[in-house]
Design a protein around this ligand. Structure first.
Ligand code: AMP
Length: 281
């Protein structure tokens, strides 16, 4: 595995690979790898001749009040894990490499970025789409891999790809979970023992929603209320939102119909957590 920190060097390496007719897979990440990241890498390894992982904690997707500075980082461990999965290139640029001092251009997907997580993180997706568009232009992948864990991110990136004619395929990989059901996240490392235990209510509430739907419930409000009741019983967990929405447009639904996304965000102590399931009615 080659570790590369400049755009110029990565482009030179990938242009050789491309000339040999090899397909290139990209996995954008912010590092501190867990099984969720590794699943994306494994999937890319199966499907592509060349696997590029970017490891970059992108400052433009964090608000000043958020956890950019304290976001977990462990480069040596990440390097070992990526190498073990068979990644070919680990791209870890500096901030100076990614954003020139006179950077002025941003990519913004409208409307669908104001809902769900966008309601409390108004600049977040603008940072995500900008950095992902830059990575697409730097790597020019045939396929790019994203986790279903960040369901809104997938919807937003698909829209950007469609609207800006990026010539690549988006592959979505299912959410990797701890044995007890908690969605894996780099931020889980910051949960205290009691927060970790109570955070389990998030995946449990989604499972409960699925059970209600399986037993015939179709009214979104009723499902939300049942979920809220469960989550409110955990004093360390503060619910931010539950959305029951169309999985493509993110429009809120009053009735469960077709493919429905049930997504939520909450804080366990200071740690912001998200989770979701897709219901195929
Ligand atoms: P991050 O490093 O958190 O920005 O995540 C990098 C990629 O890994 C994104 O596409 C995430 O959706 C994906 N990812 C993060 N956690 C999980 C998980 N538990 N299961 C599947 N994919 C995940």
């Amino acid at each position: 595995m080659k570790v590369i920190s400049t755009i110029k060097e990565l482009r030179a390496e990938l242009s050789k690979e491309r000339q040999e007719g090899k397909t290139i897979g990209l996995i954008p990440t912010m590092g501190y790898f867990h099984q969720g990241h590794l699943e994306l890498m494994r999937r890319a390894r199966e499907e592509c001749a060349v696997v590029v992982v970017s490891l970059y904690v992108n400052p433009t997707q964090f608000a000043p009040s958020e956890d950019f500075e304290s976001y977990p980082r462990d480069f040596e461990r990440d390097k070992r894990l990526a190498e073990n999965v068979g990644v070919d290139y680990l791209f870890c640029p500096s901030n100076a490499e990614m954003y020139l001092p006179n950077h002025l251009t941003y990519v913004e997907v409208e409307k669908i970025t104001n809902k769900l997580c966008g309601a409390s993180r108004p600049h977040h997706f603008k940072g995500v789409t900008t950095v992902v568009a830059k990575l697409f232009n730097i790597v020019k992948p045939d396929k790019a891999y994203f986790g279903q864990k960040d369901a809104q991110q997938v919807v937003v990136i698909r829209k950007m790809v469609e609207d800006l004619n990026f010539d690549l395929e988006i592959v979505v990989v299912p959410t990797a979970r701890e044995e007890d059901g908690l969605a894996m996240s780099s931020r889980n490392t910051y949960l205290s023992a009691v927060e970790r235990e109570e955070a389990l209510v998030l995946s449990k509430s989604l499972q409960h929603a699925k059970e209600l739907i399986d037993s015939g419930e179709r009214i979104a409000q009723k499902i939300k209320e049942e979920m809220q009741k469960l989550i409110k019983s955990k004093p360390h967990v503060n619910l931010e939102y539950i959305s029951i929405c169309d999985h493509k447009t993110l429009e809120e639904l009053s009735r469960i119909e077709g493919e429905t996304l049930i997504a939520l965000a909450a804080k366990a102590g200071k740690v912001r957590l998200i989770d979701n399931i897709v219901i195929r009615d």
